[in-house]
Design a protein around this ligand. Structure first.
Ligand SMILES: Cc1cc2nc3c(=O)[nH]c(=O)nc-3n(C[C@H](O)[C@H](O)[C@H](O)COP(=O)(O)OP(=O)(O)OC[C@H]3O[C@@H](n4cnc5c(N)ncnc54)[C@H](O)[C@@H]3O)c2cc1C
Length: 450
């Protein structure tokens, strides 16, 4: 049996650094492995996988811990946070990242060349896992899924082999990783197209839910009228009555409409006008922004906390669906919840140039709900989330992998709903080829087909 030879640290339970290494952004849950390898390069990942496979151990991988799904009990955790290399090729319009890179690095490196990655709302999210889960960008309606822009990947499969794959060299594995994430291996590097975006008309409009009870109806009507350059979402946020919260929002249940328009600012201004007419605003932050400041649009706090989550891809959102949603959230909800409704369509509805497993492309909206676990247990939170999504049954097309949540919410039947049925069957068959013993199972798992 092989011994473990890696450049990065090897940490055992009880050792200094072990707890810090396994703690991620979602504080509700942590992996409990026998060994953590803090990989510094692809060869470390390959050696660690070979070591664990030789012992029949399960293998988990973690970068920032924003997307925790299933905790590992025993076995090996590969931590990729030290693999921080980014290279932008301005002539090709591409970026190449290692597995530990976060979006803020790519945004910073690409901006001087007038280029940008298709990042999501929060720049502190890891690039590789976000993209393997589909990657629903801030500019999704304008430019489509981040996964569709991937040109090449380096991946360590369960046999310990480090492979460089492209859609031409390895169509099956390429199409399984993009959507199937670490069911098929650990991606150590990724190369993808950037987009020529330097600025945006963007920011937020904030409404008090009491003053503007019909905001969601008005917002969904408005989304039916806008071109694909208009990217938007609305969040429903219960702000605590706390001095740390800006005065206009303090103690209120707020509707926060977010705008990221890729056309000329004066056109954005004109398109947003009907939203202003829906009702009185508490605050507005719309302006012409450099893309490097696009994270201010959602303003997701970069502060780790415990939470539970679930989501649905919705075929439509009519007034009955809004009524069903508001019956579960709002100022009187049994547990505080943060709701986010993203407008889809546009380029997100188009098929990829090369087959991948990112599904539900015909959905009109993505509804994600997050329950902070400050006072509540995860079981209570999941019960509330289950009731809400049950009542939205008639409008649900399935789930989006990147916002699935953890624990019971990561079970295999729920995972199945995040794929088109034919994709799930294809992935299960490929899982039997690439990881027949299901060593990569501490994830949104796709069991190998028999
Ligand atoms: C505040 C916030 C905002 C977000 N905004 C968006 C958004 O706008 N759009 C969107 O699509 N998603 C968004 N997400 C979801 C995010 O994309 C996923 O949670 C993603 O998995 C996070 O990746 P990570 O590396 O940061 O997290 P991690 O928890 O480190 O990774 C998540 C999982 O990905 C797998 N994984 C990690 N590294 C690798 C690897 N190298 N190879 C193979 N598999 C790997 C593992 O299963 C791991 O458990 C957001 C999440 C948060 C918390």
């Amino acid at each position: 049996m092989k011994s473990l030879r890696v450049d990065g640290p090897v940490l055992l339970p009880g050792q200094d650094g072990f707890d810090e290494e396994r703690t991620g952004f979602n504080l509700a849950v942590r992996h409990s492995p026998d060994v953590i390898v803090g990989a510094t390069r692809a060869e470390d990942v390959a050696a660690a996988v070979e070591f664990a496979m030789g012992r029949g151990w399960p293998i988990a991988v973690q970068n920032t811990g924003h997307g925790f799904s299933t905790p590992i009990e025993g076995g090996l955790l590969i931590s990729t946070r030290r693999m921080g290399g980014v290279r932008v090729d301005p002539r090709a319009g591409t970026a190449r990242v290692e597995a530990g890179v976060r979006f803020e690095q790519v945004i910073r490196e690409a901006a001087p060349y007038g280029l940008a990655p298709l990042n999501g709302s929060a720049p502190h999210v890891g690039v590789v896992s976000y993209t393997l889960g589909g990657g629903l960008p801030l500019l999704g309606r304008s430019h489509g899924w981040a996964a569709d822009r991937v040109q090449a990947m380096d991946v360590v499969t369960a046999d310990g082999r480090l492979r460089h794959i492209t859609p031409d060299s390895d169509v099956d594995l390429y199409g399984a990783l993009l959507g199937g994430r670490d069911n098929f291996g650990i991606v150590t590097g990724m190369e993808f197209d950037l987009v020529p975006v330097t600025r945006l008309y963007g920011g937020g409009l904030f409404f008090d839910s009491e003053d503007v009870p019909g905001l969601l109806e008005g917002y969904t009507e408005w989304t039916a009228t806008v071109p694909r350059q208009m990217n938007s979402s609305v969040a429903l946020i219960p702000f605590p009555d706390d001095p740390s919260v800006p005065e206009p929002m303090r103690g209120r249940y707020v509707y926060h409409v977010r705008i990221a328009f890729t056309g000329p600012p004066e056109e954005g201004e004109r398109l947003v006008q009907p939203l202003r007419l829906i009702g009185l605003r508490l605050m507005e932050t719309l302006s012409d922004l450099p893309y490097s400041q696009s994270s201010t649009i959602h303003d997701d706090p970069p502060i780790a906390m415990p939470w539970a989550a679930d989501n649905a891809m919705l075929t439509s959102l009519d007034n009955k669906a809004i009524e069903a949603l508001l019956g579960h959230v709002g100022p009187d909800a049994p547990l505080p919840t943060i709701v986010e409704l993203r407008h889809l369509g546009g380029a997100l509805a188009e098929p990829p140039a090369h087959i991948n497993a990112v599904g539900h492309r015909d959905a009109a909206y993505m509804l994600a709900v997050l329950t902070p676990l400050a006072g509540a247990g995860v079981a209570d939170a999941h019960r509330c989330l289950n009731r809400l999504f049950h009542d939205l049954g008639p409008w649900r097309a399935g789930r989006f992998l990147n916002f699935m949540g953890h624990g019971d919410n990561a079970d295999r039947e729920r995972v199945r709903t995040s794929y088109e049925p034919h994709d799930h069957g294809r992935l299960a068959a490929l899982k039997a080829v690439y990881d027949p013993t299901n060593a990569f199972r501490a994830n949104y798992n796709i069991p190998p087909a028999r």
